[in-house]
Design a binder for this molecule. Sequence first.
Ligand SMILES: Cc1cc2nc3c(=O)[nH]c(=O)nc-3n(C[C@H](O)[C@H](O)[C@H](O)COP(=O)(O)OP(=O)(O)OC[C@H]3O[C@@H](n4cnc5c(N)ncnc54)[C@H](O)[C@@H]3O)c2cc1C
Length: 393
Amino acid sequence: MIDFEETDEQKLLRSSLSSLLSSFGDEYWRQKDEKAEFPREYFDSLAKNGWFNLNVPEEYGGTGLGLSETTIAIHEAARTSGMAAADLIMAICVFAIHTIKSFAREELKRRYLREIASGKHVMSFCLTEPSAGVNTLDISTTAVRDGKEFVINGQKIWITLAHEATIMSVVARTTPKEKAAKRTGGLTIFFVDKSKIGPDGEIRAKRIDDISMRALGSNEVFFRDVRVPEENILGEEGRGWDLLPKLLNAERISTAAMSIGVGELSLSKACSYAKQRSVFGRPIGSNQAIQFPLARAKAELESAWALAQKAAWQFDNQIDCSVAANVAAYLGARAAFLAADRAMQTFGGLSFAKTSDIERHWRDSRLFRTGPVPEEMVLSFLGQHVLGLPRSY
Ligand SMILES: Cc1cc2nc3c(=O)[nH]c(=O)nc-3n(C[C@H](O)[C@H](O)[C@H](O)COP(=O)(O)OP(=O)(O)OC[C@H]3O[C@@H](n4cnc5c(N)ncnc54)[C@H](O)[C@@H]3O)c2cc1C
């Protein structure tokens, strides 16, 4: 049975991460956001202090913890330092370590898990394409077999950290849609090491001037004649679609934790300000018009967190977590944006000054209502798979 009380080990995990995070304050993240610059010092500090070992299995030299603990670390980073600090933990612990330990061949695990834990790699997850959008089955990036290798050509968009990444997981078509044995067949996920793509291969990342998590950054990515050995297939050839929920559920639980954390950060800043800012001779927080929306945001964050914990527990216990993961991501993103938006309102004009940091949390918290899974897609999933209503697309 799920225990919502955190264990002593989990509390210790929170407090030790929190002391590392305290070395990187608002000023640090504001500047990284402003310059759209990778937080290298923070990344190195996480690696040096063993945080990328968190969910590496013990037989590969790691701490061997699960998604529940990873989610707690992500939540702690978001509620102390904001979205970019948390997303970087997700990029390494979920996109890189979780993907490799769950789906890669033994040789890749032996080689890369230790390297990733030591801070040698940054990973990107390359799924979205300009012409396919949320319809993953419409992707047109191809991987064509050539002996014991595959050659990847195509274009992705909105790929977080692709300009810094040394390794990537890339979803590509190995069988054209019309020739696939079933509607969801023909997709394959490849592990790509950018330093090993053949002499004629090119991976080019073009930065997008975006508004969310600017310290990490998103990119258009172009793959030209990128050679990957067949051993780098994650899971099985042509069965990438079956693997995606296992990857995406872990991502959804992580983004829920991130949303909820950044929502709590906005809320705590708003409450401090509401107590201290005095207008009409009394703190603005004594007005119910200010206080109640903040209380409502707190209620919504609490309920989303309970669901995120449930989803992570189900995930770690190999119980289908699709409903809890999707709903936690949906509720978490909405609660975070509500909290950030109410923080904007509470700070009044001051929230429009970059130095208040509120507008950064507001911009960042908006992201997860749109991606990785837009609200409409969660509602479609619930409508079709939980409520049994007709497929809407
Ligand atoms: C900052 C940022 C970082 C990102 N990082 C990554 C990353 O690292 N890797 C990666 O692969 N992707 C990444 N993404 C992509 C993200 O997952 C997609 O933007 C998201 O899934 C939406 O896809 P789209 O933009 O193509 O929207 P579209 O598919 O064009 O959809 C537009 C809107 O229409 C709605 N819609 C579409 N079809 C339907 C329907 N049938 N019913 C109801 N509504 C519908 C969608 O929900 C959405 O609201 C990132 C995006 C952003 C903005």
